[in-house]
Structure formats: C-alpha cells, structure tokens
Design a protein around this ligand. Structure first.
Ligand SMILES: Cc1cc2nc3c(=O)[nH]c(=O)nc-3n(C[C@H](O)[C@H](O)[C@H](O)COP(=O)(O)OP(=O)(O)OC[C@H]3O[C@@H](n4cnc5c(N)ncnc54)[C@H](O)[C@@H]3O)c2cc1C
Length: 458
C-alpha cells in the first residue's frame, strides 16, 4: 500500500506521521515544494526580531528525522498534476528540473495556502516582501542585515501584519501600518479594533486606516509608499493582505471545490474522489456555530485535520471524524493578547442570527493584587435561544478567557450556564468572579429586561 502526501507542513506531515503509526508497512512519500518540511509558520514574526533565536527552532522535523520513521520526504519537489483515474502524480524536481511520475494507492492533499501580493505598482521593488515561509523570512532577514532599514511599512491590519509590526519595532524600526478598511483586526468587533489601534499607537506605530496603497516607489529598492492621504518614506515593506488556498492542483484533477473556494471534504476529510483525502489550509470545513461551510486557515486546525486524514488514509475507512471548527484564534500585539472564538457580531448577523451582546473591561486578577490590569471581554448570544455564539477578548488574560468561551461554545452552552459556571479563583489569577461570569451576568440582565418587554440592546 502506497500513500503519497502532497505538501509537507502542518497537515501533510501530521497525516503522514499518523499513517505511519497506524500502518508500519505502508510506503509513505511526502512531496514538498519548499526546502523544509514541518515548519512553524506561526513563529516567523518572532524569528524576524530574534525573539526566536534560530531558524532551526522553527523546523519541527527534518527529512532525515522523517526517514528514521520510514517516511520519505522529497523537498523542492512540486506535484504538478494528479491523475485520479490512473492513480498517478506528475512531479517536478525543482533542484534538477527532472520531471517524473509516481503512483499512489491513497493520496492526501495538504497544499495549504500562499500569501497574496496584490498587483500594486512597485510591488516588485527590492525591499517589498510577503511572509509565509521560512524562505520569505530568510530573504527579509538578509535584506535587513544588508540595508539596516530604519523605516518599515506594513500593509494590512490582520493578525500577521500586527504581529510583524510589533517584531519590526523590536528591531528599532519606525513602523507604519496601512489598512484599507476603516479599522484593523476586522475579524473582531470595533471595541477590540480600538484597543489594538491604541496599543499600536502607544508603541509608536503610525496607523493609517481607510487607506489603499496606490504605489511603492524607488529606484530598484523601495523608498516610499503612496496612498490616498500621504506618501511615507520607507526602507522596507511587508505586505500582509491575506492568503489564497492552493487548490488549483486539486481542481484540475477534478476534485470538487466548495463555496469558500477550497477543497470540499466530508467529515472524514475525504474529497469527492475515491482514495483522496485533503486537510489543512486548502480545505473547507463547517463552522460549528453557524453550521455553514467555512475556510479557517489556522495551524492547530491543520494539525487536527491532518490527524484525521492520515488515520483514514491509513485504514482506508471512516475511522475518525473532524467535526468542524469554532474559528478560535489568538494573537499578540505588544502587551495585548487578542483572542476570539465563534462568531463576531457582524458574522453572526451575516449568518442570520439576531444577537444580544455584553462587553466589559474587568480586572484580570483581584483588583488589589499587584499588577492587576483590565481585560476586555465581550460575549455574543443568540437572542432567540440564549445560546452563546461567540466571544472576543483583548488584554492580559485574553488567552484564558478565549479558551473558556471556546469550551463553552463547543459544549453548546447558553448564557445562564455561564452565570453559574464553576471556575478557578485565587487573587493572583483572577477576580472572584471571572470576567466570563461578569459578562454572562450582564447578558442575563439584558435577556431578563427583554422578557419584561424592554428590548435588549448594547
Ligand atoms: C506569519 C504567520 C503566522 C501564523 N500564525 C499562526 C498562529 O499564531 N496560529 C495559527 O493557528 N496559525 C497561524 N498561522 C497559519 C498556519 O501557519 C497555517 O494555518 C498552517 O501552516 C497551515 O498548514 P498546512 O499544512 O495546511 O499548509 P501550509 O503551511 O501552507 O503548507 C503547505 C505546503 O505545501 C506545499 N505545496 C503546495 N503545493 C504543492 C505542490 N503542488 N507540490 C508540493 N508541495 C506543495 C507548499 O509549498 C507548503 O510548503 C500563521 C501563518 C503565518 C504565515
């Protein structure tokens, strides 16, 4: 039995390792276009600043380590075509230029996603980068060493742009961030965006929202960025305006593509084609709150999906299920942790819910305990049933609050459950009533008033 895996980062390597564990006899080959497999892209912003000291720290397992487990990893090899009727893949060795064919009994597609570099004039100038792989951070690192940039511009106020902004500040650069929409961190509500923007400003980052970059200028090397209201001098640009799923290979092979533009799979990570599974950033799953198809390209999810795909590819049966996601995520920008689970108010409205929400700034530990600081938490509930739909948090302690709320969402809890939920308390770790309980209590009041005929509002 021969398993071929296309793509060797989070989902692909997890699938291969899992298959090996379940079937010691299976032949397993991973084709990986990038020079390293099994990298932690999540660590790249911290590698740029040196918070993570060595690039090797971001490579969980080398091809040699995989070989010890009898998993062949062929890096700098791109699968160019899949022939699902002949069960063959066409491969190009990017080092030698040699093209060859390989056969499979079972196939896992884990081709992930790529960063988008929009066609802005001047985007090809030296000093304009995107950040997705170690090869990108290598290039940025080399450029920084060679040119010692003093002024940097981030294009895009999503979590990657925000993480990079912090890490370039750590290198002593004067950083500006340009976002096309009217606020950063758009996946969140405005309260969180405001807090993130305040955090950026307090660390000297110039934030320009509602601005579209029109052009990068410079002779060979980038020197400025032009947008509606201004032109900023810049020596370095990192573009973080989003990613695109790598689905062309699967689409050309005739696999069904879902409404999100990613590979359609069932709960067993099976594609529409027999003996082909798919996992990670290239597939769509179900948002467990809205019940709708969702594309949530995140590293932990890619790993979990890879485990299911690898298991089922090894057994050839529907052994494991991947139920879907809540869309739980967290990022750090300077001293602010920013986390979310489930739907934002906007996403809930788009999914057809009418919501009642309650937000508050609570202490992250007992108010009298040294170092206590405020953390924002908002709970979003379904007006019709009281079921929790989502939560957002910003501040120290946001990671814990986000995970509590994610667990509540996973369990389908409603606001009354959270009013009485039994959580740990001690002054150094939280206030007597967790911010989750406090927010649920406010929510409860709003629902009670609504029952009495007073319409619940913000
Ligand atoms: C800067 C940054 C920070 C991030 N931070 C976080 C975080 O904090 N938390 C979080 O959960 N997620 C984070 N992510 C997202 C996370 O890294 C991805 O969700 C995860 O890497 C997806 O894994 P994957 O295996 O599906 O795909 P990818 O990581 O995209 O890997 C797919 C691999 O397949 C290869 N490939 C594609 N096509 C072919 C082909 N035809 N033949 C051979 N190989 C091919 C690609 O070259 C690539 O190496 C971050 C991402 C970035 C870039």
């Amino acid at each position: 039995m021969r398993l071929v895996v296309v793509g060797g980062v989070a989902a692909g390597t997890k699938a291969a390792s899992r298959a090996r564990r379940l079937d010691p006899e299976m032949e397993i080959t991973i084709y990986q276009e990038e020079p390293e497999p099994s990298i932690s892209e999540c660590g790249l912003p911290y590698l740029l600043s040196g918070v993570v000291g060595k690039r090797e720290n971001l490579v969980a397992r080398t091809p040699e380590k995989f070989a010890k487990n009898d998993i062949e990893v062929l890096v700098r090899h791109r699968v160019e075509k899949i022939d699902t009727s002949g069960k063959k893949v066409s491969v190009l060795d990017l080092k030698t230029g040699e093209a060859f064919e390989d056969t499979y009994d079972r196939l896992v597609i884990a081709t992930g996603a790529r960063a988008v570099l929009p066609p802005i004039p001047g985007a090809q100038l030296e000093g304009v980068f995107k950040l997705r792989f170690l090869t990108d951070s290598d290039e940025i690192g080399r450029y920084i060493k060679e040119h010692s940039p003093k002024k940097a511009t981030i294009v895009g106020g999503g979590y990657i742009g925000l993480e990079v902004a912090e890490n370039l500040c750590r290198l002593g650069m004067e950083v500006s961030l340009i976002e096309g929409e009217d606020r950063v961190a758009l996946a969140y509500g405005r309260e969180v965006s405001d807090r993130v923007e305040a955090e950026l400003a307090s660390h000297g980052v110039g934030v320009y929202t509602g601005e579209r970059v029109e052009e990068f200028t410079g002779e060979g090397r980038v020197r400025s960025v032009k947008f509606g209201s201004a032109e900023l001098e810049t020596d370095l640009v990192i573009v973080g305006v989003g990613i695109r799923p790598n689905v062309e290979l699967a689409a050309e092979a005739g696999l069904e593509i879902g409404t999100t533009g990613t590979i359609r799979i069932d709960r067993h990570m099976k594609t529409s084609t027999p003996d082909v599974w798919a996992a990670g950033d290239c597939v769509e799953t179900t948002n467990l709150v809205s019940g709708r198809p969702a594309w949530v390209p995140l590293g932990d999810t890619a790993n979990q999906m890879g485990r299911v795909a690898g298991t089922n590819a090894a057994t050839g049966e529907d052994t494991l299920e991947f139920p879907g996601v809540l869309g739980t995520g967290i990022f750090k920008v300077f001293d602010l942790a920013v986390g979310k689970t489930g739907l934002s108010e906007r996403e809930a409205a788009e999914a057809g819910f009418e919501v009642v929400s309650a937000g508050l700034d609570a202490y992250d530990r007992a108010a009298y305990y040294p170092g206590a600081s405020k953390v924002f938490l908002k709970l979003i509930a379904d007006r019709a049933t009281g079921r929790l739909l989502g939560a957002e948090s910003a501040g120290r302690g946001a990671a814990k609050l986000t995970d509590i709320c994610a667990t509540a969402l996973w369990g389908g809890l409603s606001y009354p459950d959270l009013v009485n939920i039994d959580l740990a308390y001690s002054p150094p770790y939280g206030p007597a009533l967790s911010p989750v309980i406090q927010a649920a209590t406010i929510l409860s009041g709003k629902f009670e008033r609504a029952k009495e005929g007073v319409r619940a509002s913000e």
